[in-house]
Design a protein around this ligand. Sequence first.
Ligand code: SF4
Length: 627
Amino acid sequence: MWGNTGRIIDIDLTTGAVDIFSPPESYYRKYIGGSGLAAKLFWERGDFSADPLSPEALLIFTLGPFAGLRLSGASRGCAAGCSPLTGHWGDSSCGGYFAPELRYAGYDGIMIKGKSDRPTLITIFDEEIQLKSAKEYWGKDILETTASLRKEYGRDSRMLAIGPAGENLVRYASILNEGHHAFGRAGFGAVMGSKNLKAIVVRGTRRELMLRDAYSFNNLRRELNKKIKEALPSTVLHENGTAANLEGGVHTGDVPVRNFQSNFWEEMAEALTGSTLTEKYLTNHGQCAFCGVACKRVVEIKEGPFAVPKGPGPEYETIVAFGSLLGSMDLAATCKAGRLCNEFGMDTITAGCTIAWATEAFKKGALTLDDTEGMSLEWGDMHTVIDSLLPMIAYRRGNLGRLLADGSVAASLILGKGSEKYVVHSKGLEVPMHDPRGGGHGLALAYAISHRGACHVAYPMLFMEMGACYYPEIDFEYELEPMTEEYKAETGCIAVALGSIENSACYCQFADREISVPEWVGLFNTVAGYNWDVDDMMRAGRRVFYLHRLLNHRYGLSASDDCVSERLLQPAVDGAPEGIEIRFTGMKDKFYQLMGLDPDKGIPSKQVLVEHDMAEEFGKLESTLKS
Ligand code: SF4
């Protein structure tokens, strides 16, 4: 096997058994790696009836074929399984340094089931894989845990860890690498916590990887690294981070304000935008392994109520989730709230959205002082968010902490009183910080059809509507107008294939916009030797998309779940998109038709599956549904 190692660590925490599983080569060729490979592994080995926080639940980490190859943007990894937040198939992507190190240790992933009877740590040093006591780390936050593990296992070790939120089964708990890079979405930190698994430490020595055509790959790698680093968007991202265009987004109506009730807040634009963060608090640029973009932020706030020591700083999603979404334009508070989420191990998007939901519910009388034990929730009150709400959630303290720890959808179902109307989500996952009413109507479609729920990086629709993509080889030549539905279904068909390729190759969407379609094909062929042409690659992308549909079908989802909250479909009340309606149903129907999806079940027909070399998967679906 080329590129990949063909070896996946298989751990049962209940029995302590550690094995190596070698998937058939076809798993890689058909499903690439990352998101696709994890889906195939779960399809074959997962228990669909298992509660996501039970010992039977299977947690999977997978790499892409390019991990460790010194390519800008290719150092991400995937965590996947049944999401404890949504109750269906989910996956999450994380940059940083863990993925290359796991590849250097000789593996393409880790599958973990069972539950340890005590806090546990997995160490992976090449062939030596051990389960050790994590008693001394349990209860510590992620930054402390990471620092202690680094001291114990050396500076060359890389680690994933959970914090108190994961230990306390907060359903949107994250897993962090090096205390900075997060598997944020879908709650896999809680899955680790439910298994008593505190951390995974890895160190590998096999830095020479076997490639099909190393000479051609190295030429391509040099060209791509240069192209990615020198591209204008990369320079902007390096200078001002992923919030570089926040100010522009405010003027198009993309940036949500007060729980998506408004699409415009002029004064906030300059206060929260990336250049302001750079000017006021940036001390260093951070990066994922081998990335020439280096878009990450390292910040320090020396004084004031929201002072934070030098360390990981917020990116766009965190700035908005703890900024305008909560009615605040205090940039220091976003840094502090983001840092707390890193320490506790919580997804900043779901945390911000859940607090925004609670604030609106309080302001409109659905949540009362009795429910909050006397605490008032006000827009822009970041002291309450930082000093009270985030710690209460992470430790599940009090009625309110327990209510909010399950996310906004579950909380609204418990509270009732019309508070369901204030939840903004798709398939149980809170919407990220791009409002399709101002960001682009195709984004509503992308949120709705995403397997994990509302996600802006499952597919590159946001970038495509922004005009940041140029792919004439696959007939993506539409001049898209963001605020209409025109060509969005057609674009969606390309986006689901490309997004599935990116997330299965574990490539960063901020870096890979510069990679042309023929260059993508060249990467797969020189590294893995697939001899693909453009059609083969796009078919692989669609295959991953279809498998995600089948997985969610097994979890009971159907076409009616491909939707977004009503709030996003109501015309905006202010800003650039004021009064413009998203014509969602037409986009979705056309997308279904073009992708060959059943209008009720939401899954592809047998014919479509056979055309995508998925007869085996269809057979398994039929036999499981009959039994
Ligand atoms: S662009 Fe930013 S997030 Fe993406 S790989 Fe590079 S440093 Fe990491």
